[in-house]
Design a protein around this ligand. Sequence first.
Ligand code: HEC
Ligand code: HEC
Ligand code: HEC
Ligand code: HEC
Ligand code: HEC
Ligand code: HEC
Ligand code: HEC
Ligand code: HEC
Length: 328
Amino acid sequence: MKGKPALFAILLGSLVVSSAEAAITFIYPAPKTQVKRSDYLILKMNNPQITGIRITVNGLASDTMLIGSPEYRKAFQDLVILQPVWDSGKNEILVEGFGGEKVIDSASTEIFFKDRRAADVPATYKANAMHVLETEKYCSPCHDMNPTTTQMDNNLDKKNPCYGCHKKMATVNFVHGPAGTFSCAYCHSLKDTPKYKVPLRDAPLCNECHADKEAEFKKRKFLHGPIEAGMCEICHDAHGTNFPSQLHQPINELCLSCHESVGAGTHVVRLSTGGGHPLKDRPDPSKPGSGRELSCVSCHNPHGGDVRFYFQNNSDDRMQLCQMCHNK
Ligand code: HEC
Ligand code: HEC
Ligand code: HEC
Ligand code: HEC
Ligand code: HEC
Ligand code: HEC
Ligand code: HEC
Ligand code: HEC
């Protein structure tokens, strides 16, 4: 603790305040909130006797993790930053604080993880807000919570003020260009409220940099429903995902989330086996050597086209489409 008297004072200060606080505070996600990412669980231990913790999520308990060592305390003081894997939907969280072998404090709450598979969020869960004063005050002793515009324009990842806490965004397989260069401030406003709000959304935002797409879509005779409505984020993530083109899901799952009946029916053909045309798990013969698999976009352009059903290559009729792959 030598050399850091200011931090020590803050720690003591918060301990005095904490007599009215619960022994363990959920900082992120805040109690009874919904989150879109399964990234961190941030807790504050208000009892210095706690040397270990165990987290139970929906009945599944972790090992006991030690937080009492001087090295740990020096780096993180009374904060615990964990990387949980939430279940889709409701998560009941129990945190037990150990003093030696004994549980001396515990706290519980529930949060809702709204991933793509989750059902509608019950109204009891509010949206989580991290960048509000009452939460940021826990971080500002060690992290710069109010970077200047000049600092924000520093795109050499580690130097960017958002990098330290949001670097996980750049660890997915397909990172969106401007998120990869930590140009966060291009889309997130430093002036609006709530803090870091995104003032422009969907097509008006995307078109600023993808004008070629806008021009292409304007020329199309038929536009796919969500494109017509200017919705880009419903399929693409602005930061990145593990799927090509930063899609939220693998292509077929994405399409079938709105076109459920296609998966169940006999799409394109009715085979003697009773099933329909294969839709996946085969190489795509129209793109030999590309390593691409058959999917909805082997036959349909996902954005639109000049023919009904937006067939690839603007194939005029079924026969022309079939010949893309069955030309022998
Ligand atoms: C006592 C100092 C301290 C406080 C207070 C603090 N942190 Fe940190 N935090 C650190 C250190 C040290 C690291 C590790 C070095 C780094 O990656 O910058 C870190 C790293 C992180 C990371 C990255 C973890 C990873 O590697 O994936 C996140 C996220 C984070 N902090 C969030 C927060 C939030 C949110 C708050 C406020 C609620 C907070 N921290 C308060 C010291 C602190
Ligand atoms: C001290 C760590 C920390 C720093 C520094 C930080 N964030 Fe965050 N931020 C978080 C955590 C934790 C969350 C909640 C988890 C999430 O949504 O990813 C969050 C959430 C957000 C959200 C969602 C809205 C909200 O308030 O919950 C936005 C937008 C955001 N951060 C943008 C930024 C930008 C832009 C920067 C750089 C100027 C930045 N953050 C710097 C930790 C941090
Ligand atoms: C191309 C535009 C764009 C860029 C660049 C961008 N964001 Fe975002 N960000 C968005 C949009 C759009 C949302 C959704 C806003 C909402 O849901 O309210 C969002 C939401 C978020 C959220 C809330 C959680 C989530 O996943 O929706 C966080 C955290 C966040 N951004 C952090 C960052 C950070 C950190 C950077 C820089 C590495 C960054 N963003 C760069 C457009 C962008
Ligand atoms: C600040 C400029 C900027 C904004 C705003 C922006 N993009 Fe991008 N986008 C890029 C850059 C740069 C690349 C990477 C270079 C490339 O492949 O064209 C990229 C790449 C992409 C790709 C992958 C292209 C490929 O060939 O795999 C998709 C998909 C995409 N953006 C969609 C979007 C969507 C959807 C939005 C709106 C939410 C958006 N972009 C907003 C700059 C931007
Ligand atoms: C219905 C889902 C869906 C919507 C909505 C959507 N896209 Fe896409 N987009 C895709 C798919 C799927 C791909 C990948 C195509 C492929 O791999 O052949 C893609 C690819 C892209 C690419 C990269 C490849 C290319 O075609 O140049 C860009 C850029 C892009 N989309 C921009 C946008 C913009 C801008 C919007 C909003 C106006 C938008 N998308 C809306 C599904 C969608
Ligand atoms: C967010 C919901 C949504 C997603 C995701 C989505 N679609 Fe659509 N799709 C629509 C809507 C809305 C329409 C227009 C209404 C209609 O004609 O059924 C439409 C229409 C279509 C049509 C034309 C139907 C007709 O009768 O003319 C095709 C083909 C199609 N979608 C294919 C796809 C493919 C391929 C994907 C995946 C890349 C996809 N859709 C993803 C909502 C979606
Ligand atoms: C092998 C080519 C091929 C593939 C792969 C394919 N389609 Fe189609 N799709 C067609 C043809 C051809 C039609 C025109 C209707 C017809 O003639 O059966 C069509 C029509 C549609 C329609 C409008 C009519 C209807 O049935 O609702 C939708 C929506 C659609 N497809 C979605 C999808 C989705 C989602 C996938 C992926 C799960 C997919 N398609 C995969 C060839 C294909
Ligand atoms: C994007 C490429 C592609 C297009 C376009 C396409 N197919 Fe196919 N088709 C395939 C692939 C791949 C298979 C699986 C071949 C295999 O299993 O060896 C297949 C299989 C079939 C089968 C089943 C053969 C069997 O014995 O299992 C029929 C029938 C068929 N397609 C008819 C059509 C018709 C009709 C059209 C046009 C409406 C069409 N296909 C368009 C790629 C395509």
